[in-house]
Design a protein around this ligand. Structure first.
Ligand SMILES: Nc1ncnc2c1ncn2[C@@H]1O[C@H](COP(=O)(O)OP(=O)(O)OP(=O)(O)O)[C@@H](O)[C@H]1O
Ligand SMILES: [Mg+2]
Length: 263
């Protein structure tokens, strides 16, 4: 097991965190030497907690998520996750176009080691969970953008991970579809009790979804500020309380962008 990235604990043990980043830094090689992208980030995601990570374009949000997913290693510091490998969902659905919706999900089940006999029923159940019952035999090109993201969500859930990492999964969708998927994600998160680390640069979306919003600064990315979101569910993106907190957070985000300039 690597020292920089560890998967600890078994899912029956009462873990104190789903993910723990301790003094994490990440540099990439640049033309003028190493470029520090993330600087000394310490962050815990508690079991069952929904955290959104907010920051300007290029501040290192995807880099951080990739580190938590174990796709890359930090330059310094350590990352620990509990409850098995995290499931990842990206802005692009990344479904296999030659497979049906159902078979895309079954593939994830197979990789998880689910026996063949049980896969079809489980894929149908997961499609039902994302309100896509009946889409089992549909090919990816027959689905709308919102439906594809639902299948991608079902596939992420098929991994049966206790930690869901989401990188702007709804950014390419229209506002109404996004709204519906916010409701679905909130419902699934509350029912399944998974932890979610959700990256976005949409402040309203961050507040609509999260129990905690973490704002990253830019160049390098550091934790600039955190907000606990105490607004009761069900929430709507147009709720006055969501709008009010969003205004406050947007002010801070603007300050970060002014300090460091845009890409
Ligand atoms: N593999 C890599 N090699 C070199 N530089 C990289 C690599 N991955 C990311 N970077 C750089 O790290 C910085 C942060 O990138 P990252 O993709 O994490 O930003 P982001 O916050 O997700 O931005 P966006 O909101 O636009 O998705 C950028 O300057 C990017 O060019
Ligand atoms: Mg990104």
């Amino acid at each position: 097991m690597a020292t920089a990235y560890a998967e600890a604990g078994d899912r029956t043990a009462a873990a104190t965190h789903a993910a723990r980043l301790t003094h994490v830094s990440k540099s990439f090689a640049g033309p003028a030497g190493p470029q520090l992208v993330l600087d000394d980030i310490s962050l815990d995601v508690a079991p069952g907690e929904f955290v959104t990570l907010l920051g300007a374009s290029g501040c290192g949000k995807s880099t951080l998520l990739n580190l938590v997913a174990g796709l890359d290693r930090p330059t310094a510091g350590s990352i620990e996750t509990t409850g098995g490998r995290p499931a990842l969902m990206f802005q692009e659905h990344a479904l296999f176009p030659w497979l049906t919706a159902g078979k895309n999900i079954e593939l994830a089940l197979r990789l998880r080691g689910v026996a063949k006999a049980g896969r079809r029923a489980e894929a149908e159940r997961l499609l039902g969970l994302v309100r896509l019952g009946g889409a089992y035999g549909k090919r990816v090109h027959e689905l709308s953008g919102g439906m594809r993201q639902r299948v991608a969500l079902a596939r992420a859930l098929a991994q049966d991970s206790r930690l869901l990492l989401m990188d702007e999964p709804f950014a390419a969708l229209d506002a109404i579809t996004r709204d519906v998927l916010h409701d679905e994600l909130t419902r699934i998160w509350r029912e399944a009790g998974v932890s979610v680390l959700f990256v976005t640069h949409n402040v309203r979306e961050a507040v609509r979804l999260a129990q905690r919003v973490v704002l990253l600064s830019s160049r390098p990315g550091r934790v600039a500020r955190e907000w606990t979101v105490g607004i009761e569910h069900p929430r709507r993106i147009e709720d006055a309380a969501v709008a009010e907190l969003s205004v406050e957070i947007t002010e801070e985000l603007r300050g970060e962008i002014r300090r460091h300039g845009r890409d």
